[in-house]
Design a protein around this ligand. Structure first.
Ligand code: ADP
Ligand code: ZN
Length: 292
């Protein structure tokens, strides 16, 4: 019995095969091009395992349709990646592999990975953000993803500009929302440099921490979660965590008593593997549910 995992990112796809204990037997990664080509690579990867494959978990870039009763369930919907607009992801996969499929957002999958194996293990309310090319957030409450008419889009929350920040934001929809001010491309637009090339003592990081802290503040007051996990490329700047803690405590001003800050606002235990392990755990879960 094997489980399949697909982490479908806007820049690259990761596919993996896991055994029944979710140990990865094989994994591949390839760039996201057009659906015809990329999906063929996905199918080619899983085909040798077809007879043993019991379920597939997918965490996809979005927005995506997650409503099981919708005619476009399993589609990527209004993505800015034109070739992928209104693409029937789950339907395409099911034509080759007739197994139960769990379909969710890339951040939800990463949240599930941390919830199953990482900093969210054993907790009931887990929030995960990725701060990378964009900012996305996923929330798990009592074993379920928080969702309503659609999945959350927490990365686009409104935030207050830092008093010394003149950057106006680059979100095409909202300008100075969190993603428009604090994702990797906003750092690059502001400084002309990629985040990885900016030294730890640059004042930019105080501003960045101020925005991430506002995200943690809003998240705290909305969900009172057990943990808030910040992953993604920008959070590789580990010195940021302490800056975020300080800014957060100042903003919150002891209004509520959160868990100990060091265990409350954290980076992922699984690092860049949160997503792929989350997809595997989702495959195991959907397989269990299909037998009930
Ligand atoms: P994606 O969001 O595309 O899946 P990442 O999470 O790696 O991928 O995010 C990429 C963004 O993170 C880019 O804008 C990049 O400049 C930035 N980034 C990557 N590594 C670092 C780093 N060490 N420090 C700061 N920013 C980084
Ligand atoms: Zn926005």
């Amino acid at each position: 019995m094997l489980y399949g995992a697909i982490e479908a990112g806007g820049t690259k796809f990761v596919c993996a095969i896991g055994d029944k204990s979710l140990n990865i037997k094989e994994r591949v990664s390839f760039p996201t091009t057009v659906p015809e080509e990329t999906m063929q690579q996905v199918i080619d990867f899983f085909t040798p395992y077809k007879d043993e494959l019991s379920a597939i978990g997918i965490g996809s870039f979005g927005p995506i349709d997650i409503h099981k009763d919708s005619t476009t369930y399993g589609y990527i919907t209004t993505t800015p990646k034109l070739a992928w607009q209104n693409f029937d992801f789950v339907g395409t996969l099911k034509k080759s592999f007739d197994v139960p499929v769990e379909w969710t957002t890339d951040v939800n999958a990463a949240a599930y990975g941390e919830y199953s194996f990482g900093k969210g293990k054993g907790l009931s309310s887990v929030i995960y953000y990725t701060v990378g090319t964009g900012i996305g957030g996923g929330a798990i409450q009592e074993d379920r993803f928080v969702e309503g008419f659609s999945h959350p889009e927490m990365g686009h929350m409104l935030i207050t500009p830092h008093p010394e920040d003149e950057f106006k934001g680059n979100c095409p929809f909202h300008g100075s929302c969190l993603e428009g001010m604090a994702a990797g491309p906003a750092i690059e637009a502001r400084t002309g440099k990629k985040g990885q090339d900016i030294p730890a003592d640059d004042p930019l990081w105080e501003k960045e921490a101020y925005y991430i802290a506002q995200c943690a503040y809003n998240t705290t007051l909305l969900f009172s979660p057990d943990v808030i996990i910040f992953g993604g490329g920008v959070m590789k700047q580990r010195h940021m965590v302490e800056k975020v803690h300080q800014a957060f405590e100042k903003m919150l001003n002891n209004y509520v008593q959160t868990p100990n800050i060091k265990d409350y606002i954290v980076t992922p235990a699984l690092e860049d593997d949160a997503g792929i392990f989350g997809c595997l755990a989702l495959a195991r879960q959907v397989n269990l549910n299909s037998k009930r």
